[in-house]
Write a protein that binds this ligand. Structure first.
Ligand SMILES: NC(=O)c1ccc[n+]([C@@H]2O[C@H](COP(=O)([O-])OP(=O)(O)OC[C@H]3O[C@@H](n4cnc5c(N)ncnc54)[C@H](O)[C@@H]3O)[C@@H](O)[C@H]2O)c1
Ligand SMILES: O=C(O)[C@H](O)COP(=O)(O)O
Length: 526
């Protein structure tokens, strides 16, 4: 019989489901070394945010087939290592949406009316009606950063309470925002105008320290911030400082850079701040939902069936996956690349399946291209199962065409993304069995394998331009691994594709764009 380890408190409903097919051990509060010592016995691990599933734990889990996260965020799981080891990672994308949204609303109202401090004062024996005069949220402006599942529900309820709604989410269409009753604005305007700012975004390199001394400086002295998303999106020291110095009015935080929260200046602030110990998902209903949702998936995978919310394994038939696997990787890479070249919010993705790929069997490649396209917005939360729905929810129009007569390569894929910042296209094919090559960028023929860090320029084909760019990169100690120019006519427009060893340091891209003859430049991380 299979063995499942449950290492965080989860609802009994899930344990009952797992017990039908496996022996279930519930061992909470294990230290990392204790988990490493025992994980080798188990086929499945079920967790919440309390267990950090590191590379060391995954490597020690020699029998592990699945890691089930009873909740949304899988940032406590080393997903790339799990994927490399062939371990399915599943989560419950919607099971605690309402709980987290309601906690956010509770935080906003409690903060406005000083409920925690008023309650504490009364329980101490006081009757103080002066200190706790609050503010109304009616007719105030709420700035929602991240208009996904939780952000949308918060917006919906806030609207009913008479709030005016601004939202920032570069991956959501204006139409979708309007349906929810939000006006999409840029982040600066949201920071300047909102009376309340609520965060509902994942923690990614782009969102880390999004709220910092500089952005706090743009807010009104009456602004209050609520974070029930992820710790680390707010620079906590800068926030404590801004509240202490009256630069903003207050904050309500459920999540912290390091959990459990240790010594922190946030703890010594008064009624301007409310802190809860990561309780967003802690309702009876949400815990039943996520526990059942994830336990059912663990049960299915242990029985050899596919999981419905795998964050790292395609939910497609194993035979199709085997045949299309190298092309799926091609489609995902091209999707990620064209999404970054186009930038901004993507409105349309044209997918052209060419040569041998122009068959109906190739449909999963469209899904893989969308998965790549959405990676910047959703990171590991986008998978082959949800990519199409996520694209639809974001208002991205997908146009598929097939051209069996295109014969430059046995099979090639052409993607064209149009977004708020313009249109870009890429084409790619496989060389040999599975070596991905970019064969065209923005209509210019090239032939380069993609690499982790790339720089693309659109420039005038003229003597000296390659040298100038090389010297500029050299002066910033950027090492070029390979470089290729694609042009259609001599001394006309051209594209340069460079593979570089490290990410481009801040500020260089702007300098590159100033080089005479270079019209535009893009940096991409794959
Ligand atoms: N406190 C808790 O207990 C609790 C409970 C559940 C979820 N969460 C967290 O809440 C957050 C939102 O969860 P969700 O289920 O709504 O996720 P979701 O994927 O449905 O929505 C996230 C939204 O953020 C947007 N986004 C991504 N990068 C962005 C950026 N740089 N700027 C602006 N928007 C960006 C995406 O387009 C998406 O619409 C996640 O961080 C999740 O881990 C916390
Ligand atoms: O990502 C989530 O689902 C939330 O942060 C909740 O985490 P928890 O289930 O560990 O409370």
């Amino acid at each position: 019989m299979s063995k499942v380890l449950v290492s965080d408190p989860i609802d009994q409903a899930g344990i009952d489901i797992l017990s039908q097919v496996a022996t279930v051990d519930v061992k909470t509060g294990l230290k990392p070394a204790e988990l490493v010592a025992i994980i080798g016995e188990y086929d499945a691990l079920m967790i919440r945010s309390g267990t950090r599933v590191t590379e060391e734990i995954i490597e020690a889990g020699t029998q592990l087939k699945i890691i089930g996260r009873a909740g949304v965020g899988v940032d406590n799981v080393d997903v790339p290592t799990a994927t490399r080891k062939g371990i399915v990672v599943v989560n419950s994308p919607e099971g605690n949406t309402i709980a987290a949204a309601e906690h956010t609303l509770a935080m906003m109202l409690s903060l406005s009316r000083h409920i925690p401090d008023a309650n504490a004062s009364l329980k101490k024996g006081e009757w103080d009606r002066k200190t706790f005069v609050g503010a109304e949220i009616y007719k105030k402006t709420l700035g929602v950063v991240g208009l996904g599942k939780i952000g949308s529900h918060v917006a919906h309820v806030a609207k009913a309470m008479g709030m005016k709604l601004l939202a920032y989410d570069p991956f959501i269409s204006t139409e979708r925002a309007e349906q929810i009753g939000c006006q999409l604005v840029d982040l600066d305007l949201l920071f300047q105008q909102a009376d309340y700012i609520t965060l509902h975004i994942p923690k990614t390199p782009e969102t880390t320290n999004l709220i910092n001394a500089k952005t706090l400086g743009k807010m009104k002295p009456t602004t209050r911030i609520i974070n029930c998303a992820r710790g680390g999106i707010i620079d906590e020291l800068a926030l404590a400082d801004a509240i202490k110095n009256g630069k903003i009015a207050g904050a309500a935080l459920d999540v912290f850079q390091s959990e459990p929260l240790g010594d922190s200046p946030l703890r010594s602030l008064g009624k301007e701040i409310i802190l809860t110990p990561h309780l967003g998902a802690s309702t009876t209903e949400a815990q039943v939902n996520v526990s059942i949702d994830v336990a059912e998936q663990i049960r299915d995978v242990l029985l050899g069936l596919p999981a419905r919310s795998a964050v790292n394994i395609p939910g497609l038939g194993p035979d199709i996956i085997e045949e299309l696997k190298p092309y799926m990787q091609l489609a995902e890479t091209l999707g990620n690349l064209v999404g970054q070249l186009a930038g901004g919010r993507i409105e349309t993705l044209n997918v052209k399946l060419q040569g041998d790929l122009a068959t109906n069997k190739s449909q999963p490649l469209v899904v893989a291209a969308l998965k790549g396209l959405l990676y910047q917005a959703l990171r590991e939360r986008v998978n082959y199962v949800n990519a199409t729905i996520e694209a639809k929810e974001r208002g991205i129009r997908v146009i598929e065409t097939r051209d069996a007569s295109a014969r430059d390569y046995a099979g090639s894929l052409h993607l064209e993304a149009t977004g708020t910042l313009g249109t870009h296209s890429v084409t790619g094919a496989l060389l040999g069995e599975k070596e991905i090559h970019l064969t065209d960028v923005d209509g210019f023929p090239i032939n380069v394998p993609p690499s982790k860090y790339m720089l693309f320029t659109l420039h005038r084909d003229m003597p000296g331009i390659i040298g100038k760019l090389g010297s500029l990169l050299g002066s910033f100690n950027v090492n070029i691994a390979s470089m290729q120019v694609g042009r259609k006519i001599v001394r006309g427009d051209a594209v340069m594709a460079l593979s570089i060893d490290d990410p481009l340091p801040d500020g260089i891209l702007e300098e590159i764009k100033q080089v005479s003859g270079i019209r535009d430049a893009y940096t991409v991380t794959l």
